[in-house]
Design a binder for this molecule. Structure first.
Ligand SMILES: C[S@@+](CC[C@H](N)C(=O)[O-])C[C@H]1O[C@@H](n2cnc3c(N)ncnc32)[C@H](O)[C@@H]1O
Length: 241
């Protein structure tokens, strides 16, 4: 090694506070650095030791969340060629990539919605849209050019750290997803939406049960055990108006 480079590497290593990923099954420890909050250190350590993160990188998925949809789909058999699918809270696009894979080159429409940017994906209509906008259902309907067979929502609010506030916010997003589903689903359709375990969920569940024949909760293995998130899987949409 060239001497100059050797010196630089040594200096860099001294400054470096996080060890590199050392491979599957081997825990990587991250030292708390000056200026880094211990919550960031914990996040980094978890990322480095998470086999789903590594596998997502290997398979080219934009997020580890892709595995949650793969697992939900394996259990409930939701996605198939020819369907029209709406993906709410789609950024950065892991779930959308799974939908793309499962629908293949069929004529179905995929509409990916998020308030944040989503990098373009082949065959996907991307809408940068806050789901609370008044005309959100109309915009999604227009992008679908028809009805949807499946509405998925992995939407989550930016966490405030205040448990009951965060809980109310995610329930709000789930209600918005239900509203979209009621507006765009064809009879027999499916809604999957992220919720958090907790009190208010019961009211929402009652509303969902009115509109769907079969409603179950599922926590896919890729969902972190310490996260309160679960998914409501509602199948057999029926028009109740
Ligand atoms: C957990 S991430 C989704 C990850 C995504 N399923 C994937 O596989 O890459 C949650 C997303 O919900 C979006 N979101 C939260 N509130 C929203 C809102 N009001 N309207 C639209 N998107 C929202 C966030 O911007 C964020 O991108």
């Amino acid at each position: 090694m060239n001497d100059q480079r050797g010196k630089k590497t040594k200096a860099k290593r001294k400054k470096q506070t996080a060890t590199q990923f050392t491979g599957r099954g081997m825990a990587t420890r991250v030292k708390t650095a000056k200026g880094r909050k211990s919550s960031s250190t914990r996040w980094l350590q978890r990322q480095l030791n998470d086999p789903y993160v590594a596998e997502a990188q290997t398979r080219g998925y934009r997020s580890r969340a892709a595995f949650k949809l793969l697992e939900l789909n394996e259990r409930f058999n939701i996605l198939s060629a020819g369907q029209n699918v709406v993906d709410l809270g789609a950024a950065p696009g892991g779930w959308t990539q799974v939908i793309q894979e499962k629908l293949g080159n069929s004529a179905g429409a995929i509409v990916a919605v998020d308030q944040n940017e989503i990098e373009p994906l082949d065959g996907v209509t991307v809408l940068k849209l806050d789901i609370y906008e008044e005309n959100a259902p109309d915009q999604i309907k227009a992008a679908l050019n028809g009805q949807a067979d499946v509405v998925l929502s992995d939407m989550a609010p930016a966490a405030t750290g205040h448990r009951s506030t965060d809980h109310l916010r995610i329930i709000g997003l789930c209600e918005a997803a239900l509203d979209i589903a009621i507006n765009v689903l064809s009879p027999g359709g499916t809604l999957i939406a992220k919720v958090w375990q907790g009190g208010t969920e019961q009211d929402l569940l009652t509303q969902i049960k009115k509109s769907f024949k079969q409603v179950k909760h599922a926590k896919p293995p890729a969902s972190r055990a310490d996260s309160a998130e679960v998914y409501v899987v509602a199948q057999g949409f029926r028009i109740t108006k």
